[in-house]
Design a protein around this ligand. Structure first.
Ligand code: GTQ
Ligand code: FE2
Length: 378
């Protein structure tokens, strides 16, 4: 083998004080290679940068395109055992075509036709559903049927049996968030098939799930609950409560008593009513409302997140990218890239006048490992 077949990789720009390339040095590098060894000094700039340099890039997916393709999949691709779900994932252009929105997070549009069932299964991956439009699907988690309506957030911690069924005569789309990429890269995931279809007593369509009746009363913990399970025992956070919490924050701000995170910016985090912590072990979920004309301070954080516009329109800026965004659009914020939004009227606007944003991140992972860092760049 000659040295042109096997060019010596030296990075003088990131590794100063390198010796001259001599036949002896080239032989040393070939020795490393044949013993599957790599020296630190040629890699250090890539392995240990001064700050996070994400391979994931800022990217925007328009909701109209996602829905159009999901509808086509509804006509062409059945849902059933094996493929499990008619879910179509965002693939970050920086992550080699893999179905990863970020290095840790999966984000997908899922679509269920009238009368269809998605079969039961369970996996260690933590998951949630968020509904930007439509209704008519019930997700059945551990035998508890939970309705899905616009603005509802439904967490589902890993290893719970779950299936979905569309009980109406209309198709429905929603988004799924999971920690699939994190568990895949870390090689820690398990999966099991359940029953092929939902039993009839479960194919019910209650307005409120058992979990909501037990856990959905703010500040009141049922004393029957003695064991702490992974993830939130509350399986739906209904839109009515989220909306009211945000409106109340803005009203308190208008009365001169604070209440918001910054002027014109109300925000809530979905929390586990049993612990007060995040709803899922690996994912944090929040809802932000930015009033028309207001702008958020640019923030950089370690870890990545995905946003979905729930209502309103405006401009989202992530690193060196900036987009006009409106209802349903999804975009990613890679690690340590500054993020801000400005709430503005769109061209075809008939909304409440605020920019409403749902978001999820991998923050609990990095908080647990004390790798969470944040900088407000204004
Ligand atoms: O609905 O159970 O988007 O297992 C990816 C994996 C949805 C689900 C996804 C899943 C599901
Ligand atoms: Fe699943």
């Amino acid at each position: 083998m000659t040295s042109t077949d096997n060019p010596v990789r030296l990075h003088p720009a990131v590794a100063p004080n390198q010796p001259d390339v001599t036949p002896a040095l080239e032989a040393l590098y070939r020795g490393f290679e044949s013993e599957l060894l790599v020296p630190l000094w040629t890699e250090i700039g890539d392995l240990m940068p001064a700050h996070p340099r994400s391979r994931a890039v800022p990217h925007l997916w328009k909701w109209s395109n996602l829905v159009r393709l999901a509808e086509q999949a509804g006509d062409l691709v059945p849902v059933g055992r094996g493929g499990e779900r008619r879910a179509i994932a965002l693939a970050n252009p920086g992550l080699g075509g893999r179905p990863f929105a970020t290095p840790t997070l999966w984000a997908a549009i899922q679509y269920l036709m009238p009368g269809e069932d998605a079969p039961e299964h369970r996996h260690t991956q933590h998951a949630f559903r968020f509904v930007v439009e439509g209704s008519g699907v019930w997700t059945v988690v551990g035998g508890d049927a939970i309705p899905m309506n616009r603005g509802d957030f439904l967490p589902q911690a890993g290893w719970n049996w779950h299936a979905h069924h569309n009980a109406t005569d209309k198709p429905m789309a929603w988004i799924d968030g999971l920690d699939i990429p994190f568990q895949y890269q870390s090689e820690v995931q398990f999966f099991e098939f359940g029953r092929d279809s939902i039993s009839d007593p479960e194919r019910i369509t209650p307005e409120r799930s058992r979990s909501e009746r037990l856990w959905g009363h703010a500040g009141l913990r049922p004393l029957s609950a003695t064991t702490l399970t992974p993830g939130s025992p509350l399986l739906s956070y209904k839109w009515e409560f989220t909306d009211r919490a945000l409106n109340d924050q803005l009203a308190i701000e208008a009365e001169g008593f604070g209440g918001t995170v910054e002027p014109g910016h109300a925000a809530v985090r979905y929390t586990n009513p049993h612990t007060g912590g995040d709803v899922l072990p690996t994912m944090r979920t929040e809802f932000h409302r930015v009033v028309r004309g207001a702008e958020t301070a640019p923030v950089k954080q370690t870890g990545s997140c995905v946003y979905q516009v729930f209502d309103g329109s405006g401009t989202a800026t992530v690193g060196d990218r900036s987009w006009t965004v409106s209802r349903g659009d999804l975009f990613v914020v890679p690690s340590w890239q500054p993020f801000s939004v400005k709430s503005q009227a769109g061209t075809t606007d008939s909304d409440s006048g605020a920019l409403d944003l749902f978001c999820f991140s991998d923050a609990p992972i990095f908080e647990a490992l004390q790798l969470d860092h944040m900088e407000v760049t204004r």
